[in-house]
Write a protein that binds this ligand. Structure first.
Ligand SMILES: Cc1cc2nc3c(=O)[nH]c(=O)nc-3n(C[C@H](O)[C@H](O)[C@H](O)COP(=O)(O)OP(=O)(O)OC[C@H]3O[C@@H](n4cnc5c(N)ncnc54)[C@H](O)[C@@H]3O)c2cc1C
Length: 447
C-alpha cells in the first residue's frame, strides 16, 4: 500500500521498522502487557508492546483458567473484586468469545483442617462483602453431582468463574492493535536509558525507542529487566503442569479444587486438569539468588513443592558459558522462549484422581498437556507499582500463579494510573519498596 499524492504513489514508511518514539513502551506481551495496551489505547495513548518471544506465549496462555476472588490474600482482594466486575462484561467489551462461564469457584473440604482454612478465607470474603459461603457435604454434592471422593463440606463463591487463557490475552492484543497499539514479537528489551532520574528510552534488540514511560510486565523475567536498573526483585519461577482431556458427560460449571486436583469443565465437556497444590521446582544455581527470601515460606509450604535435580541444572550451567543463548541474547533477555516440559507422571495421577472422584468421566483421556513457568515472590502477592525513581517506570509482575484473573483490572489500573498520576485504588501493600523495607508478610500461598 502507498499514499496517493500529486506526485503519484509514495511508498509508506516501512511498517516493520521500529518506531523511534512511543507514548509508552510495554515490556512483555502476556495478559498484563496486552490488557494495559488495550486500556491505554482506549484513552488514546498508543503504546509499543515488545515481546522477546511471542505475543502471549508464556504463562498467560498456559493457566488453568480460574477467575476467582475466593481464597485471595487480603492485599489482593480489592483487585480481584474489581477484576471480577470487568470479567462480567469482557466478552462484550472485546467483542469476542473468551470461554467465560460464571459457574463459581468451589474448594472441596476433605478434612477438618481444610475446612478451618476455608473458614479463614470466608472471613476475608465477608470483610470485602463478596458472596462466598461455606457448604455442607450435601450442598457440595448438589453442585458436583456424582463426586465420590469422601468430603465433609466446601467453600463456594458463586460470582467467580472461568475463562479460556488461550483466548484472553490475544483478544486484548487484537483490540489494542485495532486502536493503535503496536506489537513487536521477537524483540526483547535489552536496557533502559535514564537521564536526570527519568526514563528517556528503551533499548531493544532492534534499536532504541525514545519514551518517557516504560511498563515492565515481563512475567518471570521481570527481575532481569529491573536488575538492569539496579533494582533487586526476589523473583523466582516454579513449573506448573496442566492437561486438557477429551470431552466427557457434563457435570458442573464450577472451577473446582477437590479430590487432589484442580479442574474445570468447559461447555464442550473437556476438562482442564492439574495437581491441586503441587508444582515442580527444577533446582538450578539461579535459585541461590534471593534464596534467603524463600527459606521461611519454603519450610512452611514444603508439601507444595516437588524439588527436582534434573536436566535444568545442567542447562542453567550451560547458559552461563560463552556462546550460550543467554550470553548471546544478553542478561536482560536471557532465554527467549523457555519451553518447560510437562510432568507426565503427575498428569497420569491427576487423570486417575479425576476418574476416581467423578466415575462418570471414566472414558475421558488426556489430549494435550503443557507446563508453564509461574513467577513467584516470597510473600505470595505481586508488585504493582510506579516507583518514584526512575520516574516513568511502572511495574506489574510476580502474580504467583493467580494473575490470569487479575489481568483485566491490572491493565485498567496501570492505564488509569499513567493518565492521572494516581493509582485508582489503594495498592500500597503491592509496592516494590516493601522488600527493601523488609515489610513483607508470610505468604497466603506461594503460587
Ligand atoms: C500452569 C499455570 C496455571 C495458572 N493458573 C491460573 C489460574 O487458574 N488463574 C489465575 O488467575 N492465574 C493462573 N496462573 C497465573 C497466570 O497465568 C499469571 O499470573 C499471568 O498470566 C501472568 O501474566 P504476565 O503478563 O505477568 O506474564 P506472562 O504471560 O508470562 O508474560 C510475560 C511476557 O514477557 C516477555 N518478556 C520477558 N522478558 C522480556 C524482555 N526482556 N523483553 C521483551 N519481552 C520480555 C515474555 O516473553 C512473556 O511473553 C497460572 C499460571 C501457570 C503457569
Amino acid at each position: 500500500m502507498g499514499i496517493i499524492s500529486k506526485a503519484g504513489i509514495q511508498p509508506e514508511a516501512n511498517p516493520f521498522a521500529l518506531p523511534q518514539r512511543a507514548d509508552v513502551v510495554i515490556v512483555g506481551a502476556g495478559i498484563m502487557g496486552c490488557a494495559t495496551a488495550y486500556y491505554l489505547a482506549k484513552r488514546g495513548i498508543k503504546s509499543v508492546v515488545l515481546d522477546k518471544s511471542r505475543i502471549a506465549g508464556q504463562q498467560s496462555t498456559r493457566a488453568w483458567g480460574f477467575v476467582r476472588q475466593q481464597g485471595r490474600d487480603p492485599s489482593e482482594m480489592p483487585l480481584a473484586i474489581a477484576s471480577n466486575r470487568l470479567w462480567l462484561g469482557l466478552e462484550e467489551e472485546l467483542q469476542t468469545d473468551l470461554g467465560w462461564r460464571q459457574g463459581g469457584c468451589l474448594y472441596i473440604g476433605h478434612d477438618a483442617a481444610q475446612m478451618a482454612r476455608y473458614g479463614a478465607c470466608l472471613e476475608t470474603s465477608r470483610q470485602h462483602e463478596i458472596d462466598t459461603r461455606l457448604l455442607s457435604a450435601d450442598e457440595v454434592r448438589a453442585l458436583v453431582p456424582g463426586f465420590e471422593t469422601p468430603l465433609i463440606g466446601g467453600l463456594f463463591t458463586p460470582s467467580d468463574g472461568q475463562a479460556e487463557p488461550r483466548l484472553v490475552a490475544p483478544a486484548f492484543a487484537r483490540r489494542a492493535a485495532e486502536l493503535g497499539a503496536r506489537f513487536i514479537a521477537g524483540c526483547g528489551l535489552t536496557g533502559i536509558e535514564v537521564a536526570g532520574g527519568k526514563i528517556v528510552a528503551a533499548r531493544t534488540e532492534q534499536g532504541e525507542i525514545r519514551s518517557d514511560h516504560i511498563i515492565c510486565t515481563a512475567g518471570a523475567a521481570s527481575w532481569r529487566v529491573l536488575r538492569s536498573l539496579g533494582i533487586f526483585l526476589p523473583q523466582h519461577q516454579v513449573r506448573g503442569t496442566v492437561a486438557r482431556t477429551s470431552a466427557g458427560p457434563s457435570v458442573s460449571a464450577v472451577a473446582c479444587i477437590g479430590g487432589g486436583i484442580g479442574w474445570r469443565q468447559r461447555s464442550d465437556g473437556s476438562f482442564n486438569l492439574a495437581n491441586d497444590a503441587r508444582v515442580d521446582v527444577d533446582i538450578t544455581l539461579g535459585h541461590l539468588r534471593a534464596l534467603e527470601w524463600y527459606m521461611g515460606p519454603l519450610l512452611e509450604h514444603y508439601r507444595s513443592f516437588n524439588f527436582k535435580l534434573n536436566g535444568a541444572f545442567l542447562t542453567d550451567i550451560r547458559q552461563r558459558l560463552p556462546a550460550s543463548e543467554t550470553q548471546n541474547n544478553g542478561p536482560v533477555v536471557g532465554v527467549r522462549d523457555p519451553l518447560l516440559p510437562a510432568n507426565d507422571a503427575d498428569i497420569r495421577v491427576c487423570l486417575a484422581r479425576l476418574k476416581k472422584a467423578l466415575p462418570s468421566q471414566r472414558n475421558v483421556q488426556i489430549v494435550e498437556r503443557w507446563a508453564g513457568g509461574i513467577d513467584v515472590l516470597p510473600d505470595g502477592i505481586p508488585v504493582l507499582d510506579a516507583p518514584a525513581t526512575p520516574s516513568g517506570l511502572m511495574i506489574a509482575t510476580g502474580f504467583c500463579g493467580h494473575g490470569f484473573a487479575l489481568g483485566p483490572i491490572v491493565g485498567k489500573t496501570l492505564a488509569d494510573w499513567l493518565t492521572t498520576g494516581q493509582p485508582p485504588m489503594n495498592v500500597h501493600d503491592l509496592r516494590l519498596s516493601r522488600y527493601a523495607e523488609g515489610d513483607i508478610k508470610p505468604p497466603h500461598s506461594l503460587f
